[in-house]
Design a protein around this ligand. Structure first.
Ligand SMILES: Nc1ncnc2c1ncn2[C@@H]1O[C@H](COP(=O)(O)OP(=O)(O)OP(=O)(O)O)[C@@H](O)[C@H]1O
Length: 291
């Protein structure tokens, strides 16, 4: 059963931030969440994470039903949240201790903690031996982000909420993050991914929900969402460049097979559409390699 919200509304004082939102975060799926600054993305994740109490409507996960988020511990065992700028919350003496904090807090035996920390560090590309020596304060910003994400991964929650996890990261770490999100989904984790980077959403998401004026203005598979020009305008968003090229080609009668081509293969599909038969479908040949 998914993590769901139904008719979810939330106000801060007189300001209504969410106004009747229905969304599902399903096991093994990645729900991307897009929207302008202040459209309520973080507030939505906080409701799903069981951190907001004053909402109307319902939020449920597995067998924990309406208002169950008030039960705290049970909810947090199911839903992990990596908030914005999570590296600000690193505090332990070593990276290892920081990542181990959550599992230790669950009262798990030492060998289970070690296993979880090892796997979580590996998932974000960090080394176990390094983690035993290094203070989080001595890490680069990108490493700190990875440590903070590992700390939540080590909780092994079946649902994971990520709020702007790629903000400020270099291209290689963005790439790692997209791969991590996809591999978590392949292992059955249900992920909600908030991002201002439409390319990250197009690559990582199974579906994208666009928030505008506190409501879901549109929800669908990425290539459909990003062709909704009116919705994007209303939400202050712009489709990723490659998709805009693909849409333009389709309008000109040169289909790129958007319904079946994953975003990462789109450059090859566009070249196929422009110069038919010149390239293997989905494959981009390294520069300089002969035909
Ligand atoms: N604790 C709070 N008290 C009062 N207002 C709040 C609080 N938290 C958020 N808000 C307001 O609610 C609105 C939505 O904020 P939220 O952080 O959910 O938006 P967002 O879509 O995540 O924005 P961004 O993309 O800039 O992170 C904003 O206008 C914000 O100022």
């Amino acid at each position: 059963m998914p993590l769901t919200c139904r008719n979810l509304s939330l106000s801060y004082g007189a300001r209504r931030v969410l106004a009747g939102v229905d969304l599902d975060v399903a096991p093994g799926r990645v729900l991307g969440v897009a929207g302008a600054s202040g459209s309520g993305k973080t507030s939505l994740l906080r409701c799903l994470a069981g951190l907001e109490r004053g909402y109307d409507g319902s939020v449920a996960v597995d067998s924990l039903g309406e208002r169950a988020s008030a039960r705290g511990r049970e909810w947090h065992a199911r839903v992990g949240l990596v908030g914005q700028g999570p590296e600000r919350q690193l505090f332990a003496r070593t990276v290892f201790d920081d990542v181990a904090f959550g599992p230790n807090n669950l009262g798990l035996p030492d060998d289970e903690v070690l296993g979880r920390v090892t796997r979580a560090l590996g998932a974000v590309g960090l080394d176990l031996d390094w983690s035993l020596e290094r203070s989080p304060l001595e890490c680069s910003g990108g490493e700190q982000r990875a440590v903070a994400i590992a700390g939540v991964l080590a909780l092994q929650t079946p649902y994971l909420l990520l709020d702007e996890p790629t903000a400020g990261l270099d291209a290689a770490r963005v790439e790692e993050l997209v791969r991590l999100v996809r591999s978590l989904a392949e292992k059955g984790v249900g992920v909600a991914l908030v991002s201002h980077d439409m390319e990250v959403l197009a690559r990582a998401s199974d579906e994208v929900a666009v928030l505008a004026d506190g409501q879901v203005a549109y929800e669908g598979v990425p290539y459909q969402v990003f062709r909704q020009e009116g919705v994007l305008r209303r939400a202050g968003l712009e489709a990723p460049g490659l998709l805009r090229v693909a849409y333009a080609l389709e309008r000109a009668g040169r289909a790129c097979g958007l319904a079946r081509v994953p975003y990462d293969s789109l450059a090859g599909a566009i070249l196929d559409a422009v110069v038919p038969g010149e390239r293997p479908t989905g494959g981009a040949r390294p520069a300089g390699e002969g035909a």
